[in-house]
Design a protein around this ligand. Sequence first.
Ligand code: FES
Ligand code: FES
Length: 164
Amino acid sequence: MKMFCLSFKLNGKSVQLSVQPAKLLVDLLREDLRLTGTKIGCREGECGACTVLVDGQPVNSCLIPAVKVHGREVLTIEGLEREDGVLDIIQESFISEGAIQCGFCTGGMILNAKALLDRRQEPDESEIRHALSGVLCRCTGYRKIIQAVKTASRIRKEGRGNKG
Ligand code: FES
Ligand code: FES
């Protein structure tokens, strides 16, 4: 089978590897690159557990071939943590607000929240709900997740966040 020479930026580092043209981004991340923070729920674009950011925009990685990120920048949940182990303020807020139970949806929630907060410093609740609407949580009832995003927004605005 003809392989594609894929080159892209992943969590701030350049990556080059050969991939089958039909390989999905989620499988490349989890199987080839061992980034298992990106979860697989439905493989149909319904649950959002597989969300990653591509050039800052949330994408369901179960729906796009890996070759589509050639030359682009991908951020997975692993990329939010600093190299010294300090968590991003959105991650910290999810912990402090008790917004994580089983954690299966958490990466998708946090990356969608990051995309929102990077374009809107102080989103209102309806904007937060809309931004997270593509991610299903079966555990928390969403109230604490919304509160976590509000908390992260406030801390980032005050300039106390670890990033951005
Ligand atoms: S696994 Fe991709 S949206 Fe559910
Ligand atoms: S914390 Fe379990 S699915 Fe959201």
